[in-house]
Design a protein around this ligand. Structure first.
Ligand SMILES: O=C(O)CCC(=O)C(=O)O
Ligand SMILES: [Fe+2]
Length: 359
């Protein structure tokens, strides 16, 4: 069994203070540490009036023997060209999803002193607080976030799991398991698209760490001033995002422009994260994204991050490399522990750790 990991000294998250909570509740006077107009305006946002379609993948079609091949091609295309897709007909138990949504909404609606019982501690990575912040910029994201390790069970830090609302722990426990199943199903089809043994890709994710974040983005009339989440790529393997409401806000960078995601009712947003980019030797793209808060409506999301490694390494899958008829390695291998540390360090400096692994 791997030793419990501790990254506490290298992660930088700020607490939600009374001042932060009152700024979120009444965003007329936005404190200076949230104002980042230049960053928000950096890059063109594709307009409401422009037609574009972000990829949609249908799990029912993936599972249908007659439609599977063409849907796998769509899935592959989405992972290569966008790094993102919305997943419909995912088959996850609706009640499980609803309980997770309800518990999340209830948690965020509690008074600050209740949420502060599980506040980030010192330089801790888990708990309730602001999202990761960059030491260099001193600016904060316009959101409250709760981050927890959810799997494997022995890696959990139960002190940080909210007991209020009383349904939270159970809802998360069940949801966490459903999300592993969903991730594994998708990975099986990704393996088919990539032309690698299913086992090779599934093994990379089996029994590995899962963490989760729930985010609440308060509305802000001065949308050009604040950022819900700073542009970033996800550092782990695969990300599964649930919209708790239908408020838009997530934007994906493609060819230098920001594409807003228009959430489909009942769909998950799935994205390739950095480790999957490395595992696929760059075939699948981990793509930059950000969140801008809505002018009128709050927005809440539940995000699951699945970690992956091969024999303790973050490395391209051998089946995709030259020796087995594939290509030259485009990334050098690194131990997972080193990777995670490097990733957190890079996050704080606003850089991407996998860039340093490119050959
Ligand atoms: O809430 C969202 O839409 C995105 C959250 C996100 O990018 C993350 O947690 O990494
Ligand atoms: Fe993300």
């Amino acid at each position: 069994m791997a030793e419990a990991r501790n990254y506490d000294s290298i992660v930088n998250r700020n607490e939600i203070t009374d001042a932060a909570a009152s700024a979120f509740a009444n965003p007329e006077q936005i404190p200076e540490k949230y104002v980042r107009t230049e960053e928000v305006l950096d890059g063109v946002v594709v307009g409401e009036d422009e037609r574009y379609e972000l990829p949609v993948v249908d799990m029912a079609r993936l599972l249908d023997p007659e439609l599977s091949a063409s849907e796998i091609a769509k899935l592959g295309d989405a992972c290569r060209n966008w790094g993102f897709f919305q997943l419909t007909n995912h088959g996850v138990d609706e009640e499980v999803v609803q309980r997770m949504k309800d518990s999340t909404v209830q948690f965020f609606s509690l008074p600050l002193e209740s949420k502060a019982k599980v506040a980030v501690r010192g330089n801790g990575f888990e708990g309730f607080g602001h999202h990761y912040s960059r030491a260099s910029s001193g600016k904060l994201d316009w959101a409250e976030s709760m981050i927890l390790v959810t799997q494997p069970v022995h890696d959990r830090n139960m002190e940080m799991w909210p007991t209020n609302p009383p349904t939270f722990r159970d809802a998360l426990e069940v949801y966490s398991v459903e999300m592993i199943d969903l991730a594994m199903k998708l990975l099986g089809f990704m393996a088919a698209d990539l032309g690698v043994e299913q086992e090779a890709l599934l093994d990379a994710f089996t029994g590995k760490r899962q963490s989760m974040a729930i985010h609440s983005y308060p509305p802000c009339r001065h949308r050009e001033k604040v950022m819900g989440i700073t542009p970033h790529t996800d550092g782990l393997g695969l990300t599964l995002l649930l919209h708790v409401d239908d408020t838009p806000g997530l934007q994906i960078r493609k060819d230098g422009r920001w594409f807003p995601v228009r959430p489909l009712p009942g769909a998950f947003v799935v994205n390739v994260a950095d480790i999957l980019d490395v595992l696929t030797n760059g075939a699948y793209a981990s793509v930059e994204h950000r969140v801008l808060p809505d002018a009128e409506r709050g927005r809440t999301t539940v995000v699951i991050f699945q970690e992956a490694s091969v024999g303790g390494l973050v490395a391209p899958l051998p089946g995709l490399l030259l020796e087995e008829g594939g290509a030259h390695a485009r990334y050098r291998s690194i131990e997972i522990e080193e990777y995670i540390k490097g990733n957190f360090n890079a996050l704080e400096h606003g850089t991407r750790f996998i860039e340093s692994l490119r050959i």
